[in-house]
Design a protein around this ligand. Sequence first.
Ligand SMILES: NC(=O)c1ccc[n+]([C@@H]2O[C@H](COP(=O)([O-])OP(=O)(O)OC[C@H]3O[C@@H](n4cnc5c(N)ncnc54)[C@H](O)[C@@H]3O)[C@@H](O)[C@H]2O)c1
Length: 393
Amino acid sequence: MKDEKSILNAFEENQEVKTIDASRKLRIGFIGTGWIAGAHVQAYLNQPDVEIVAAADLIPGKAAAFFKKHGVDGVKTDYPSHKEMLDDASLKLDAVSVCTYNRQHAAPAIYALNKGVNVLLEKPFTVTTEEAIEVMRAEKKSGKVLSIGFQPRFDENMKMIKKIVESGILGKIYYIQTGGGRRRGIPTPYGTTFIEQDTAGIGALGDIGCYSLDMVLNAIGYPKPLTVSGYKSSFFGTDPNYSNYVKTGHPEYAKKFGVDDFAAAFVRLEGGIILDFRIAWAMHMDTPGDTLIFGTKGGLRIPSTDCWNGTVGGAMKIYHEVCGEQTETVVPIIDTKGVSLFDLKIRTFLDAVKNGTSAPVPSAQILYNQAIIDGIAKSAAAGREIEIDIPEI
Ligand SMILES: NC(=O)c1ccc[n+]([C@@H]2O[C@H](COP(=O)([O-])OP(=O)(O)OC[C@H]3O[C@@H](n4cnc5c(N)ncnc54)[C@H](O)[C@@H]3O)[C@@H](O)[C@H]2O)c1
């Protein structure tokens, strides 16, 4: 593991430098040791106050092979699921990273919170709003930290969007267009857990849609969603001739595809704000459009990227008036000098656990993100606009 000094060096350009008390090590467990767990493990190894002590995976031998590959010794891995690991009191776990596929987000998170273990839960929060509510009830009962894994939150360019909105230069926000997508980008590099209904539950809508929603909703203070008219489709994923299936020699994935590869929606938010949303894992188009935030005093254009995963695609532009003249102000991209967003995601979570402070990405915000995603799915199934009903926690 890296020493404290080198960690602080890596952060000093863009972050407030804090002393990390390396004498108090947090005992970390992993639930799920697939693709994204690799990013978590590297980020934990970059912290001086962490011991990775245990890991569970449903696939026998996977967790052991994972830590061998990452060169981490001494991790107990003989747990067939999250339950056996969390039942093992001898581990004295402080926190777990839940790195399971979407359909297995709620159950391990609830089980961990009920055991008094802090949780860093990968995005999207859950598949349904009902699951998110159950996780939040367990969070409330436990008093532990639950943070949702939205690392783009820690990007200085993303933070700039929120700063621009909060500066008042745009006036009152009344309309937002957001979303993003890829021409060919159904994520199947490591198998089919992203595209099967039993494991993923939701497709592009949850996978990358949650980032688009977080980008704008976080900027405007997460107003409550009221109604949604949603659409989703799966024309590319279910086609055995989809070019990436053909190129990778997996036309059989078309039969396994059980989620959406495109979604669009018209959402009404509290405060008279309209959200116009579209997201694509695959499409015959370069982009479904830039993100646009319309306000009474100014508008903000945030360029899209060609592989949407929650980053700003280029210099942003504010359209406004100065002394009655139409003016454009360019907000250049901030160079974050190689700061790892995963390091920041893990570090802020660890700090919250150690200091007993609130979660860096709180469930109370992401619940609204989830309610929109779930609302789109439910509205699409019903074929009409629906009201978004969020019960009390
Ligand atoms: N933040 C990011 O940038 C980012 C990037 C990719 C994926 N993700 C998210 O991370 C999650 C996992 O994605 P992935 O690509 O790593 O999936 P994956 O399929 O590669 O790995 C998931 C692993 O979890 C294991 N698992 C499932 N349920 C379990 C349980 N109850 N107990 C123990 N192990 C269990 C599976 O056996 C599998 O090995 C998804 O929800 C995805 O949206 C986030």
